[in-house]
Design a protein around this ligand. Structure first.
Ligand code: HEC
Length: 132
């Protein structure tokens, strides 16, 4: 009968409609997921970039600990002087450039080339030049 056929068609359409609805919303979810995935590939999380930036910036040198491991054997842990002279007021007689020069070239009984890295030499020289 036409009536029952019509009802059957309705049911089929309902099934197709809900299937369409399901796949459409699933498709949107899938699209969002794809965009997020592609986005994370082309725009990686910012914290990774910051870590990279920190690595390319010169590492902060701890002048005091460099001095204690390299220089304190002769100048003392507190700059009080042992075989080398007291450096507690070295900044009032030598500026950073002069101290840098002594670190690089040595002086009298002080051996040259104790520090090899330029940023360490600079940091220690500036740290000592501030001792007045
Ligand atoms: C082997 C021992 C020794 C070590 C290690 C040493 N020094 Fe010296 N240092 C000396 C001696 C000795 C003198 C004095 C040299 C002179 O006037 O003839 C001196 C002098 C200096 C002076 C000049 C002080 C002044 O009054 O003229 C500075 C600055 C200095 N040292 C810094 C350093 C720093 C920084 C380090 C570490 C990188 C260092 N020294 C490591 C033995 C040492």
């Amino acid at each position: 009968m036409a009536g029952s056929n019509f009802k059957k068609d309705m049911n089929q359409n309902d099934v197709i409609d809900s299937a369409k609805g399901f796949f459409t919303s699933f498709g949107i979810l899938f699209l969002v997921f794809l965009i997020a995935l592609v986005g994370s590939i082309f725009f990686p999380p910012q914290h990774g970039e910051q870590a990279g930036g920190g690595a390319t910036a010169p590492a902060k040198v701890d002048a005091e600990s460099v001095f204690k491991t390299t220089c304190a054997g002769c100048h003392g842990q507190n700059l009080e002087g042992i075989t080398g002279p007291n450096l507690t007021k070295v900044g009032s007689i030598l500026d950073a450039a002069a101290i840098e020069n002594i670190i690089k070239n040595g002086k009298g009984g002080m051996p040259p080339g104790m520090l090899k890295k330029n940023d360490e030499i600079k940091a220690v020289a500036e740290w000592l030049a501030a001792k007045k």
